[in-house]
Design a protein around this ligand. Structure first.
Ligand SMILES: *Cc1c(COP(=O)(O)O)cnc(C)c1O
Length: 375
């Protein structure tokens, strides 16, 4: 059996052809493919404006530069990849870590309690964890009632939908971001994007992506102006050619992930393995997370990880609470009251899910999992 990781890319001949064609064209970076990728993404997720950048972290950084000011307080989840809250620190703003709800997403009721207590809180950075959309009615309500800025980290959620609202559409948020790292649904090797419906935000993002430079038709042919301190967060035409090709197949990728999730749901019914949530049409399943109460079994989580690995299966854990990382502790975080996350962290792990995972491989994963859990 070949090694089965928790996630991986699916590259086919048409993807390779698209990349080769671009390598042979006049443009390697910032040519027609970047705009084409942005336009395709815009029509796919329904946001007016898209800015493609070098990776998802750069997308978060640029969004934070536009949405936040130094010292702003931002409610964010303990259950995400480091980049979500790191981007708040990049702009000298202050993350306030909030516990999760039972589905692994930030607890929006707790967010409201904080907003009631402190009207100076500027923003909420919410993550559609594992591909499960953030409750859109609640987001809308919080935005309208408290006037908070909202960023949706949709790195897990491209293709997800909630009552007709698509991930990245920014229907109830100011900005959303995507990542196109190879473990995500579609890849550009490295890559990311910011979506927004605000022209003003869009224009600042474009400037910040390229050194804070502005060039307008009124200027002399050689002129450009640097208006603020920006970065080089450009994505290349080669990467975008891959992205355009992958995006065409995204609906198929998601159908396959959903099928895998349904198979797992079925296999774990009435067993010690409890899915974080079962299929309800809202998730695009970047991850398939389960919980097991190890205190009731004769095996520890570390032993389970090791024994699965001996059987060529890679489990993962999403995520270690961000606020408990040494760097965050050095800033004074780590002792927030997060009982749901604490329990979740004890019990959770992620099983392999990706388009290329075959039925036979999935059956093997399930069989080995039960064999090892039952010792
Ligand atoms: C992957 C990921 C990112 C960062 O994306 P990169 O492209 O790796 O920089 C940000 N947030 C979440 C939730 C992610 O999973």
């Amino acid at each position: 059996m070949n090694f089965i990781p928790y996630g991986k890319q699916f590259i086919q001949q048409d993807d390779i052809d698209a990349v080769v064609e671009t390598l042979q064209s006049d443009f390697l970076t910032t040519g027609p493919k970047v705009k084409e990728f942005e336009d395709t993404l815009s029509s796919y997720c329904g946001a007016k404006y898209v800015v493609a950048v070098s990776n998802g972290t750069a997308a978060l950084h640029l969004a934070s530069l536009v949405l936040l000011n130094k010292g702003d307080k931002v409610l964010t989840t303990v259950n995400s990849f480091l980049a979500t809250s790191n981007s708040i620190l990049y702009v000298d703003a202050k993350p306030l870590f909030i516990d999760i709800a039972q589905d692994g997403n930030i607890d929006l009721d707790l967010c409201e309690e904080e907003l009631k207590k402190d009207r100076s809180i500027k923003a909420i950075y919410a993550v559609a964890f594992s591909g499960n959309m953030i409750d859109q009615e609640r987001l809308k309500y919080l935005k309208e009632t408290y006037g908070v800025v909202i960023l949706e980290d949709c790195a897990h959620a491209i293709g997800a939908e909630y009552n007709g609202i698509k991930a990245g559409s920014c229907t109830n948020s100011d900005c959303s971001i995507f990542s196109f790292h190879p473990v995500k649904h579609l890849t550009t090797a490295e890559g990311g994007a910011i979506t927004t419906n605000s022209k003003e935000i869009y224009e600042r993002l474009l400037m910040l992506r390229a050194h804070g430079m502005l060039k307008t038709p009124e200027m002399k042919p050689w002129e450009y102006e640097m208006r603020e301190l920006g970065f080089n967060y450009r994505i290349t035409d080669v990467q975008c050619a891959l992205g355009i090709s992958q995006l065409k197949k995204l609906p198929k990728f998601i159908d396959r992930r959903v099928q895998i999730a349904k198979n797992y749901d079925e296999a774990f019914k009435d067993t010690v393995v409890r899915p974080l949530y079962t299929y309800d049409g809202r998730s695009s399943y970047h991850l398939y997370v389960v919980k097991v109460d190890f205190s009731k079994l004769n095996i520890s989580k570390a032993d389970l990880f090791n024994k699965m690995r001996e059987n060529s299966i890679g489990l993962q854990l999403h995520y270690i609470p961000i606020n408990k990382q040494p760097y965050y502790r050095s800033l004074g975080y780590g002792e927030e009251h997060t009982p749901v996350m604490d329990n979740y962290y004890e019990e959770c792990f992620s099983l392999p899910i990706y388009s290329l995972l075959s039925d036979a491989e999935q059956t093997y994963v399930i069989k080995k999992l039960f064999e090892i859990l039952n010792g």
